[in-house]
Design a protein around this ligand. Structure first.
Ligand SMILES: N[C@@H](CCC(=O)N[C@@H](CS)C(=O)NCC(=O)O)C(=O)O
Length: 218
């Protein structure tokens, strides 16, 4: 099995899970800007993360890959049993993060060209994205005021995904969203050995070759 990632991209969530679960998956690092990147040949959407199974099947989107990886280790506390309320809650957060936070808010911030062909309008598009990001994060910050993690007082696949976006905010110029609860949560996230391992693997690849293509790591 191979997991296609790009350093610092949303694929970090799936990369963290490989380390959390100790899965024997080859992590292939690709470039998002190179038209020849391998993931563009296997994923019809041309995006990361993409998971290539041994039989050639490709699974895309963190919302599918994270549950799939967790289910490879039945009973893992990172997910919850089929039919349980907790499982539905975890999936609810995955959907919210993918739609409201990632596509709804970060896409206009990171890729304003997809919303307006006129470069002169891009600052306005980014500003709209930042306003939407604040709206999308406010209920998450409120939810976490009385909790350590998103669901069930334990780190789950939903947290693996949320941490990606808090990392983007932490690295963004001008701090687009500041919240003490989310800061404390992100500190907890960054202290997890699996997060440190995935971060170090991606940082090394980022520094050795920013146009990294088809490099592998564990
Ligand atoms: N919300 C999805 C979206 C996947 C996605 O948009 N990935 C980005 C990286 S963060 C990508 O590959 N972008 C390249 C492009 O849009 O061309 C997920 O989390 O899996």
């Amino acid at each position: 099995m191979k997991l296609f990632i790009a350093p610092g991209a949303c694929s970090f969530a799936s990369h963290v899970l490989v380390h959390e679960l100790g899965l024997p998956i080859e992590v292939v690092t690709v470039s998002l800007t190179d038209p020849q990147s391998l993931h563009k040949q296997i994923n019809p959407f041309g995006r990361v993360p993409a998971l290539l199974l041994d039989d050639g099947t490709v699974i895309t989107e963190n919302t599918a890959i994270l549950p799939f990886l967790a289910d490879l280790k039945p009973g893992t506390p990172l997910f919850a049993p089929a039919g349980s309320v907790e499982r539905a809650q975890i999936q609810s957060w995955l959907g919210y993060l993918s739609s409201e936070v990632h596509t709804g808010s970060f896409r206009p911030i990171n890729r304003p060209g997809r919303y307006h062909a006129d470069v002169a309008q891009h600052d306005q598009v980014r500003a709209s994205g930042i306003a939407l990001l604040s709206q999308a994060l406010a209920p998450i910050a409120a939810h976490l005021q009385t909790r350590t993690w998103l669901v069930g007082e334990r780190f789950t696949i939903a947290d693996a995904y949320l941490g990606v976006f808090l990392g983007w905010i932490a690295r963004a110029p001008g701090q687009p969203f500041k919240d003490n609860t989310l800061d404390a949560y992100f500190l907890r996230y960054q202290q997890r050995p699996a997060v440190i391992a995935a971060f170090e693997a991606e940082a090394v690849l980022l520094h050795t070759d920013t146009g990294a293509n088809n490099k592998t790591s564990k």
